[in-house]
Design a protein around this ligand. Structure first.
Ligand code: PLP
Ligand code: COI
Length: 335
């Protein structure tokens, strides 16, 4: 293994020693197991290469202060991946297989698990894709599920800073489309927009609801949170937003740990000037404070790392790293 400086990692791929691989053919999954091979050989006509029949997940494993290895709510990733598979006409893994893949992959790559206190973690990326060679538009009959690990640092680089966002002129999801699942095609849709955003000095795009373009949805890789001037947590609700596990966890943390009131409802673009704080949340983003949102020259500013976003971040990361007692079942321990 190359020498890794865990404290200065960015959110980027590092090849680790083992990944879990299982293949589906003739209506069933094979036994599956660990592989040292990070490369995949596909037929040139494999369904995924043309028609994007694929989905993925993202979660993190941590080393706690007392030396345990834990993964944060992986059964919710398992359930969301099953939802993605059903929507993408892909077979769901057999019961228990997803969590077994998590356990085996983490155990086999323990030397890549960042130590407690480095701010880094071991990112786990399950993927599934259709491998059948075909030409007509139809689902594959053969699939591969693969789960690999990569040690990562912060998604937006360096220390926590207030992000600069813009309202995006493109949509990432269609009404009644696939915005609510983790299909790779949603991210393909966003590549042009994120490249343009970066070229123009923005960290991320804020997507509006695709039907009316009057409500806030989410960014390309994270859900959004707002804090009202009264200190309430306001969370955009929409059927085309990805149901973030971090967002769902934060809502519970806000209510049960911080005694905050929480409103989950459509949030109008026209009202964002009324909010005191804004943040992005997700596995990769954790909770990243937002400093400003530019709507075609009209700038909405927020308290960068305000008190509520800060407290939410401290409490959630404390729970994830075992410093604060977690609600029952939130940490899967890997021995
Ligand atoms: N929204 C999008 C578009 C994402 O890609 C992600 C990342 O997974 C999230 C939200 C956050 O979801 P989670 O908290 O489950 O990681
Ligand atoms: C994650 O947070 O796990 C994601 O998949 C988001 C991605 C944009 C890195």
């Amino acid at each position: 293994m190359e020498t890794l400086d865990f404290g200065s990692l960015s959110f980027a791929y590092t090849k680790t020693d083992y990944r879990y691989v299982t293949n589906y053919a003739d209506g069933r999954w094979d036994a599956g197991g660990l592989s040292r091979d990070a490369d995949i050989t596909l037929n040139e006509s494999a369904c995924v290469l043309h028609y994007c029949q694929a989905c993925f997940e993202g979660m993190k494993a941590y080393r706690t202060k007392d030396g345990r290895v834990v993964c944060f709510r992986p059964e919710l990733n398992e359930a969301r991946m099953a939802d993605s598979c059903r929507r993408m006409v892909m077979p769901v893994l057999p019961e228990g297989r997803f969590l077994e893949a998590v356990r085996q992959t983490v155990r086999a790559n323990l030397s890549y698990l960042p130590p407690y206190g480095t701010g880094a973690s071991l990112y786990l990326r399950p993927i599934m894709f259709g491998t059948t060679p075909l030409l007509g538009v139809k689902p594959a009959k053969e699939f591969q599920f693969r789960l690999f690990a990569s040690p990562v640092g912060p998604y937006f680089g360096g220390s926590v800073r207030a992000l600069k966002l813009r309202i995006c002129d493109f949509d990432r999801a269609a009404p009644r489309g696939t915005g609510h699942i983790k299909a790779g095609l949603n991210y393909a849709m966003s590549l042009y927009a994120i490249t343009d955003a970066h070229e123009n000095g923005y960290d991320e795009n804020v997507y509006l609801d695709p039907a009316t373009r009057t409500c806030i949805e989410e960014t390309g890789g994270a859900n959004m949170l707002f804090v009202s001037k009264q200190g309430h947590l306001v969370v955009p609700a929409s059927s085309s937003i990805l149901p973030s596990i971090t967002r769902r966890s934060l809502i519970q943390v806000a209510k049960d740990y911080l005694n905050l009131s929480v409103e989950e409802r459509p949030v109008k673009l026209a009202e964002i000037g009324d909010f005191a704080e804004c943040g992005l949340c997700g596995t990769a983003a954790v909770i990243s404070p937002v400093g400003s949102i530019d709507d075609h020259g009209k700038i909405y500013s927020f308290e960068g790392f305000g008190p509520v976003i800060r407290k939410l971040r401290q409490t959630l990361t404390g729970i994830q790293m075992g410093d604060i007692p977690a609600p029952e079942g939130w940490l899967m321990e890997i021995d």
